[in-house]
Design a binder for this molecule. Structure first.
Ligand SMILES: [Fe+2]
Ligand SMILES: [Fe+2]
Length: 246
């Protein structure tokens, strides 16, 4: 049984330095892998990232991250990625990584994703250049996630997990104002997951007031692991069934 700890939306800032690490202390005993689902800082400023790295480095288990929209706010996501990598935490952005857990290869693939909405209320590439740019970015980010999920690393894995920041399904947004849905996720992300199938489990964050559990139309369990949703420093799920065990 593979156990994956996951959390997003840590929103680390310097004034909270030192408060997260004690809460993460038991994660290596509770899980085989830790996934960080973006919005790891408030603004992605280097001084915030430095604090984040001190909180999550060397926790005793493989740790993989993606960035969220907040992590892009300061305009230096590349520097944040390098800071995390220097702390031993790879950052996925349209690519995948394989982790061996007691002889089972776990593939983790993904990236930030983007919004755009769901089904008939999704944005489309039409009209003003600004609206086209929004819709085109949603499509490009979903394609990037999709490319990660069909990469050779994922194809060769025994267990396959998607890690994104934005929501792929509306079910895990339940509790958020419906008017916000186009800013919270995109059905294109679920399309990418289902096209790459079978993906065993998908994690996302971003929707602080959403719900924990959903499923893609193709049947992949979806877990919203935004910290306020999981109500703890992390949640632990078994793969492939997605059952919460911690
Ligand atoms: Fe967030
Ligand atoms: Fe976010």
């Amino acid at each position: 049984m593979i156990r994956i700890a996951a959390v997003g939306d840590l929103h680390v800032v310097p004034r909270t330095a030192g408060t997260l690490r004690p809460m993460m202390a038991g994660v290596a005993g509770a899980a085989d892998i830790l996934l960080l689902a973006g919005d790891l800082t408030d603004h992605g400023r280097p001084e915030e990232v430095a604090v984040l790295c001190d909180e999550v480095r060397d926790l005793g288990l493989p740790t993989v991250a993606i960035l969220g929209n907040h992590d892009h706010d300061a305009g230096c996501p590349g520097q944040m990625t390098e800071q995390l990598r220097a702390a031993g935490i790879p950052v996925l952005d349209g690519d995948a990584i394989a982790i061996d857990v007691r002889g089972t290869t776990v593939g983790i693939g993904g990236g930030k994703g983007f919004g755009g909405g769901f089904a008939k209320v999704a944005v489309s590439s039409f009209g003003e250049p600004e609206m086209k740019a929004f819709a085109d970015h949603a499509a490009e980010r979903a394609a990037s996630v999709g490319a990660a999920l069909v990469s050779p690393v994922m194809r060769a894995a025994d267990v396959r997990v998607a890690l994104i920041h934005y929501a792929p399904v509306p079910a895990t947004l339940a509790g958020e104002p419906v008017e916000l849905f186009p800013w919270l996720g995109s059905h294109l992300l679920a399309d990418a997951i289902d096209a790459a199938g079978p993906i065993d489990l998908a994690f996302h964050g971003h929707a602080h007031y959403g719900s924990e559990q959903g499923v893609t139309p193709g049947g992949t369990p979806v877990r919203n692991v935004a910290r306020p949703v999981v109500k703890g420093p992390y949640a632990v799920y078994t793969v492939p069934d997605g059952a919460r065990v911690g």
